[in-house]
Write a protein that binds this ligand. Structure first.
Ligand SMILES: Nc1ncnc2c1ncn2[C@@H]1O[C@H](COP(=O)(O)OP(=O)(O)O)[C@@H](O)[C@H]1O
Ligand SMILES: [Mg+2]
Length: 328
């Protein structure tokens, strides 16, 4: 499958309906291409995953949409405001970015750090905002601890609290769990899920598949160019033909005769690990006929199941394609 075939059409959204509209955006650093011809949109209240390996261009995209870097070409609208040098302050007031590393003052307390940033953003009601942000990340009881005394996971939560201070219309989270242990990762996932419940629009970059699959309404796969966009379940369907896996007690004498006559079966093969794998358009429609054919052939069925693919399979398929393309 080519990347052109793979990228689904997004149906021309307008900036009024979308928190982000990105059209043909490209960023070069000299002759190095960070990302190229990237187009997508993100609805209000959506958690949008930006998934890709290291060096794919995720952080550079966040920095561009966050007005920290000017794009080389293309356009974007962020929280309803067209991206330009002049509009950058207005955009920055409506968004926030949680960067890959938290960047806190380690000698200051949690509350002092937040206060510092709240004043930098020129926010009003600083103390009530700090209280709300700390409650949102379950850190109210650590307000007076120096940031230097916190674990990496808790520091990440302080960074998330900081990003919530200005009630952003769009929240950018750049690899929010990178380098965290499984427990801290789970905590951050729960916090993001809670923000999702509250309807916060989130642009989440990650190289972790299960994170994208678990937290995001839609996922875009980036590797300098955009390879795919869709709901996690759509991506799986789009890339893989559906199949039935049949395990039998003994090998079939003539599997071709048993399977080839079935109208619902497009193709069959025996997988190296043992079962017969049948490509079908509709597993539910095909399964009864397959079972009847096996019984008629006097074969004992051990199992007959639809094989499912994870987003990881989809992702690895794309990455492998890239590796193959690079060898040419
Ligand atoms: N300031 C910069 N100057 C030159 N090249 C850069 C700069 N920032 C990023 N790049 C390059 O752009 C590409 C994408 O980087 P990045 O956006 O950080 O990827 P990711 O966040 O997906 O790991 C990489 O090849 C990186 O080396
Ligand atoms: Mg990055």
């Amino acid at each position: 499958m080519t990347s052109e075939q793979a990228v689904t059409s997004l149906g021309g959204g307008t900036s009024a309906e979308h928190a982000l509209v990105v059209e043909h955006l490209t960023k070069r650093f000299g002759d190095r291409l960070a990302y190229e011809d990237v187009s997508f949109d993100v609805g209000y209240g959506e958690v949008f995953g930006f998934l890709g390996p290291n060096g794919a261009g995720k952080t550079t995209t966040v920095r561009t949409l966050g007005t920290l870097l000017a794009p080389t070409s293309g356009t974007a609208t962020i929280a309803g405001i067209p991206l330009s040098a002049e509009s950058a302050p207005a955009i920055r007031a409506r968004i926030s970015i949680m960067p890959e590393s938290p960047g806190l003052y380690l000698r200051l307390t949690v509350a002092e750090n937040l206060e510092c940033f709240a004043r930098l953003y020129q926010l009003t009601d600083v103390h009530s905002r700090i209280d709300r942000s700390l409650q949102a990340v379950n850190l109210a009881d650590r307000a007076n601890d120096p940031c230097g005394s916190l674990s990496k996971g808790l520091r990440q939560r302080v960074a998330l609290a900081r990003a919530l201070l200005n009630d952003p219309t769009v929240l950018f989270l750049d690899e929010p769990t990178s380098g965290l242990d499984p427990v801290a990762t789970r905590d951050v996932h729960q916090l993001i899920a809670a923000l999702r419940e509250r309807g916060v629009t989130i642009f989440l970059t990650t190289h972790r598949l299960e994170e994208a699959e678990r937290l995001c309404h839609r996922v875009a796969i980036l590797n300098t160019t955009l390879r795919l966009i869709g709901r996690p379940d759509e991506l799986r369907k789009q890339l893989f033909t559906r199949s039935l896996e049949v395990r039998t007690r003994s090998l079939l004498d003539d599997p071709g005769r048993v399977f080839a006559g079935l109208a619902d079966v497009e193709h069959w093969e025996r997988s190296p690990s043992g079962p017969y794998v049948l490509s079908v358009t509709d597993p539910d429609a095909a399964a009864p006929g397959v079972a009847r054919a096996l019984v008629a052939a006097n074969v004992d069925i051990i199992s007959l199941t639809e094989s499912r693919h994870s987003l990881e399979d989809v992702y690895l398929e794309l990455v492998n394609e890239d590796v193959e393309a690079a060898k040419r």
